[in-house]
Design a protein around this ligand. Structure first.
Ligand code: CS2
Ligand code: MG
Length: 403
């Protein structure tokens, strides 16, 4: 039997915080799983160390599905981001181990490649529309086929989702939450302008995306979707929060702009109505926050029945371990749509050496056995955990505003 002999959690901060689970087996093969939950990292680290690792020791590392069910059903307390990130880390590490033992890159165990690479979208940001277009032109010249556009809003001093750096963007920007001022009216006027300018400068052969970060009401989102229609966006993301999945019915009634949601989802149940009623076009759930490869495959299969494609979250808080897992998943899954790609810093890449690569707008997980990612533990130990939070929004009159 391939026995799990030990497991540990590594918390490191090479530019930003990451939580990684490392599982070791009796034949010397180890596996890695990402367990990072932005702004709540130590809760998952404790969940793993105090409640999950003791249950893993001595189990057969090959029984991935059974261990998943044991951790999900056996905990009694199901779902939730902390639980599901912990389960995801175990699941990803076990898939890594199984593929290494087989001597194959993970995507081969998931059914093999369904495409030559995963189309990714890059992030063009700028304080003004001109600056955003400038950044988008650089991405286009680098071969990106899909670009997300986020621009500062005239009249607002700072806007979430807009970085100051051309390449690197880190949303978790302070030890305690920064407070941004938000105006829906100003925002709704500026986004169609951004898209008009982008089509003029970039042409029609590149996919353009936008993220509203859950800051609209359904009727406002419906308006934005309609206003963007002439510019044929690839998707409008997180137009509204999906705590109430029926919110999307109203948006859907009014616009043909494709809708994406789900980066905060942690279970298939978060998306049940959205998928069954075909209220969305892309599901953003990803490996680390939605129960690992095992559960994400279940979500994707369900989505495939209803013409919903994948569009996995891939911001900087998803470590290279998650990125690799997402690429193996994306390369193999039949209903792949697009993968988000937000570059990590050089420090992060050095702590997590990896086999995945970018070529002309597509990413490939590489052909190293397993996930193709490792963890340099000595280097990781040099970067101490630093509390960091995502910003919050208030309306101009001071009302708290994160839908
Ligand atoms: C964003 C992220 O990548 C995205 O689409 O929504 O900036 C997101 O806010 C962070 O990853 C949250 O952890
Ligand atoms: Mg988003």
């Amino acid at each position: 039997m391939l026995k799990i002999t030990s497991a540990k959690v590594v918390v490191t901060c090479p530019g930003r915080n990451f939580v990684t689970l490392k599982i070791e087996t009796n034949d010397g093969v180890h596996g890695l799983g990402d367990a990072t939950l932005n702004g709540r990292e130590l809760a998952v680290a404790s969940y793993l160390t105090d409640h999950v690792i003791p249950c893993l020791i001595g189990r057969d590392a090959h029984t991935i599905e059974d261990i998943w069910q044991f951790l999900y059903r056996g905990a009694y307390w199901r779902r939730g981001p902390v639980t599901m990130a912990a389960i995801a880390a175990v699941d990803t590490a076990l898939w890594d181990i199984k593929a290494k033992v087989a001597g194959l890159p993970l995507y081969q165990l998931l059914g093999g490649a369904s495409r030559s690479g995963c189309m990714v979208y890059g992030h063009a940001n700028g304080a003004t529309i001109d600056k955003t277009i400038e950044a988008a032109l650089v991405y286009q010249a680098e071969g990106y086929r899909a670009i997300r556009l986020q621009s500062g809003v005239p009249g607002l001093s700072s806007t979430y989702g807009v970085s100051k750096d051309r390449y690197f963007y880190e949303p978790a920007d302070a030890a305690l939450p920064t407070e941004n001022v938000w105006s829906t009216e100003k925002y709704l006027r500026s986004v169609p302008e951004l898209f008009r300018a982008a089509r003029e400068a970039l042409g029609w052969d590149v996919h353009l995306l936008h993220d509203a970060h859950h800051r609209l009401t359904p009727i406002e989102a419906a308006r934005l979707g309609k206003d963007l229609e002439p510019y044929r966006p690839f998707w409008l993301e997180d137009a509204v929060a999906a705590d109430n999945q029926a919110n999307f019915r109203l948006i859907r009634q009014h616009t043909t702009t494709p809708l994406a949601v789900g980066e905060v989802f942690n279970s298939i149940w978060d998306a049940k109505q959205l998928i069954e009623e075909q209220l969305i076009d892309y599901i953003r759930a990803t490996v680390v926050h939605a129960g690992g490869i095992t559960h994400l495959r279940r979500i994707a299969s369900f989505a495939d029945l209803h013409n919903v494609r994948t569009g996995c979250h891939g911001a900087t808080d998803l470590s290279p371990v998650c990125m690799a897992a997402a690429l193996h998943f994306g390369l193999s899954v039949p209903n792949f749509g697009v993968q988000e790609y937000m570059r990590h810093t050089e420090e992060t890449d050095a702590v997590f050496p990896h086999a995945y690569s970018f070529d002309r707008g597509l990413m490939h997980p590489g052909d190293a056995p397993g996930l193709g990612v490792d963890l340099d533990e000595a280097l990781a130990a040099r970067y101490e955990y630093k509390p960091a939070y995502l910003p919050v929004n208030r309306l101009e009159d001071g009302t708290m505003w994160n839908w």
